[in-house]
Ligand binder design. Structure first.
Ligand SMILES: [Zn+2]
Length: 435
């Protein structure tokens, strides 16, 4: 098992002092090397003297995804011949961003993911099957792979898809740990049921669940997590990461949020105006890099909505933890006096076995709030479905949206509009999507 870094065990005051020093270094570095931030600092009269404590961070304007989209290479702080790797965001939310990395940035990524595997208590005896893309400019795949090399466990790069091959490898090599998207784990379970593969006979004990939530706001398993746990006796670990952050936050064995890494990144939860939210309050994750050379970011708004937990964790780490991402800021729905995010609606619908398929749509109305419409297909007749669904909406979401019944064919057509390779579950038809 990897040892826990000293800084993740010290007092929160010591962590803040360390981070303040690193942020001052970041501001000096950006002033000297970043065309984008140099201009921003001149306009807003910012220097490293502007920071006397971490609360002064609020004086610094935030950076958005659009800022990077419009000025991508003005964020580059090193000569191009020192770039070791070009990665890119997936482009599911607008044009892809290029994130370039130096040799040290790649080592920083590897260190980060070795901490993730340390949180999962993996050691040299573990055999880890990577069921995710390792190429296509995907940063996370590379990061996990390099991180595992530092951890000392063995890697198997099977890539995504192909359940038959995945099971053949698990059996042949005695895989102990999977790294995969939880919805693919569900596909594996369904395949095993169909092919009569006894999951308990495999050596798999742990799964690192990437890209999708497996827990709700109370750290309980959501419908996805519960389904996996019901059918496969494994330990599930959630992780939250993004290409722009160049950092992952993985939960420890106690499963109470992703542990922050103060030596790699400063994480704030902020409101619309860029002010720090109170502990326990949900807001946008905003990050500042520590130790990034090629494209470091200062107060970058991720668009992800989380809250921070400061109470001590049973694992002994003193670092705060991030909740599950409850949604994207731009997808916030204001409906009948309630604020909702699509993942909560998905989780609720995933629990209804009588719904074959669904699409969640949000529209604008005349009174400047949103209308929520759920398109569903079900084998039940409409009355029976309404009798089951409406009380369930009321208890889980506290509101009952409009329900539109469709055939499976119609839902499928909505899920795969022209040019789409991935099924769509959420349609935002609002006039002004940038809330
Ligand atoms: Zn912990």
């Amino acid at each position: 098992m990897s040892t826990i870094p000293e800084i993740e065990l010290t007092s929160t005051v010591a962590q803040a002092t360390f981070q303040l020093g690193k942020l001052k270094e970041l501001i000096s570095y950006l002033q000297n090397h970043s065309p984008y931030y140099r201009k921003l600092f001149i306009t807003h009269h910012i220097s490293n003297d502007s920071l006397q404590s971490l609360t002064d961070l609020e004086k610094i304007p935030t950076t958005s995804k659009e800022d990077i989209q419009e000025n991508n290479f003005d964020f580059l702080c090193i000569p191009k011949n020192q770039i070791i790797e070009y990665t890119a965001t997936s482009g599911t939310m607008g044009a892809p961003l290029t994130i370039a990395l130096s040799k040290n940035d790649i080592q920083r990524l590897a260190y980060n993911e070795s901490l993730s595997f340390g949180l999962m208590q993996l050691d040299a005896n573990d055999i880890v099957q990577f069921m995710l893309t390792l190429d296509r400019q995907f940063m996370a795949g590379m990061a996990y792979y390099l991180g595992l090399q530092q951890n000392g466990a063995s890697a198997i790069r099977t890539g995504p898809g192909l359940p038959a091959m995945q099971f053949e490898v698990m059996k042949r090599l005695g895989t102990t740990t999977l790294v995969a998207v939880p919805s693919f784990i569900i596909k594996l379970i369904e395949y095993a049921q169909k092919e009569r593969i006894d999951l308990a006979s495999l050596q798999v004990k742990k799964i690192l669940c990437i890209g999708e939530n497996i827990r709700n706001e109370k750290f309980e398993f959501n419908a996805l997590g519960r389904f996996i746990k019901t059918h496969w006796n494994v330990q599930l670990f959630s992780t939250y990461a993004s290409t722009e952050m160049q950092t992952a936050f993985t939960e420890c064995e106690f499963g109470h949020g992703g542990h922050l890494h103060p030596e790699l990144i400063l994480t704030e939860i902020i409101d619309q105006e860029g002010r720090t939210c109170a502990p326990g309050e949900y807001g946008e994750v905003c990050i500042s890099h520590i130790g990034v050379e090629a494209m470091p970011l200062l107060r970058y708004r991720t668009g992800d909505i989380c809250c921070m937990h400061y109470e001590p964790c049973q694992c002994g780490r003193t670092t705060p933890r991030l909740s599950a991402v409850i949604g994207r800021k731009k997808q916030m729905i204001k409906y009948k006096g309630t604020t909702l995010y699509p993942p909560a609606v998905f989780d609720m619908l995933n629990q209804c076995s009588f719904i074959s398929d669904y699409i969640v749509e949000v529209k604008s109305n005349d009174i400047e709030t949103d209308d929520l419409v759920i398109h569903i297909s079900t084998p039940l007749n409409v009355d029976e479905c309404e009798r089951k669904l409406k009380p369930f909406f009321q208890t889980t979401l506290r509101v009952i949206p409009e329900i539109v019944y469709k055939s499976s064919y119609e839902i499928h057509a909505m899920q795969f509009p022209e040019g789409s390779r991935k099924a769509i579950k959420f349609i935002d038809s609002r006039k002004n999507q940038n809330l």
